[in-house]
Design a protein around this ligand. Structure first.
Ligand SMILES: [Zn+2]
Length: 309
């Protein structure tokens, strides 16, 4: 079996965009609502552990929280929801809110959500392309306008809105306040270099995310119990002889042959705890010339790939 290129589904959102980057190959939404999320899914097979989306914002998203495993299961969901974002493009001044600036009680949180003071209590931070954030369940969070993100999350559709800027969408105050940790955000880990050009962005109990920026390749050491999602965000290479390029997303469950071109930026995400040490086996494959696919070289830089403009 070869790598599986996931199909896209666009989700309309009031905070989304009507000027989608052409790279997504989606028709303009015309008279419909703007598109806020592009989901990458497999139409067949069992429900996977992870879900990858692009988020495109032109307005603020709700201030929200997701439940942890215990709270989620109490409501019949299969797991809690941790999520992570890679900023692909950000307009100047674009912000992400993560946690509160100071701890408050749950009663104060309820009052602040009801009268809107919560917006000023959020710890907003300006972001730029290349930044990575991990938002574990319980973190009060929000995204501002002007962002294009890759979101990698536990595959469960459960979001509790605390505050929605007066928009008429439903809030879930009781569930949100029960799930929320009304405190400043403390990163549970920092990204670190695992090897030259191989960075561990997220090393959590639910999933691992790696970022590769070095020329590499071989046979990917994936298996049905630990499939690997490949998310090229700049440059790319080849996957089973097909172009690996943004904004595609692929899932590998067995023996795919992969080549990453030097200076690309490719995310690898896989469920479960612990970094997979030898992500590639039989790395000689990477060095074999492939007719018609000249090796490309991308200059690594923290800049916006023009395809996302
Ligand atoms: Zn969220």
């Amino acid at each position: 079996m070869t790598a599986n290129r996931l199909s896209t589904r666009s989700i309309e959102k009031v905070w989304g965009r009507s000027d989608l980057p052409r790279a997504f190959g989606l028709a303009a939404p015309a008279a419909q609502q703007p598109v806020g999320e592009i989901w990458f899914e497999d139409s067949k097979g069992p429900r996977p552990d992870l879900l990858v989306k692009y988020l495109l914002t032109s307005e603020k998203l709700s201030i929200q929280v997701h439940p942890d495993a215990a709270a989620a299961r109490a409501y019949g969901y299969p797991s809690g929801k941790d999520e992570a974002w890679l900023v692909v493009a950000a307009e100047p001044g674009a912000r992400i809110g993560l946690g509160l600036r100071a701890p408050i009680s749950k009663a104060e949180l309820r009052a602040a959500a009801l009268d809107g003071r919560i917006e000023a209590m959020i710890d907003w931070r300006e972001v730029s392309a290349g930044d990575v954030f991990f938002s574990p369940a319980g973190t009060i969070h929000a995204l501002g306008p002007g962002l294009t993100l890759v979101e990698i999350q536990q595959n469960v559709d459960v979001t509790y809105r605390l505050y929605d800027y007066g928009r008429p969408r439903e809030l879930h105050l009781d569930e949100a306040i029960a799930a929320a940790i009304p405190e400043p955000y403390v990163a549970p880990f920092e990204p670190y270099a695992y090897a030259p050009g191989r960075e561990i962005l997220v090393d959590s109990p639910a999933f691992v995310i790696e970022r590769w920026t070095i020329g590499a390749g071989g046979r990917l050491a994936a298996g049905p119990e630990r499939p690997v999602w490949l998310i090229p965000v700049r440059g790319g290479g080849l996957i089973d002889g097909q172009p690996l390029e943004a904004p595609t997303v692929w899932v590998v469950e067995d023996q795919s042959r992969i080549r990453i071109d030097e200076g690309s930026e490719v995310l690898f995400a896989y469920p479960g705890q612990g970094v997979c040490d030898a992500l590639f086996v039989d790395t000689r494959i990477a060095d074999a010339p492939i007719p018609g696919h000249e090796r490309r070289h991308f200059v690594p830089a923290r800049r916006i790939d023009p395809i996302f403009r």
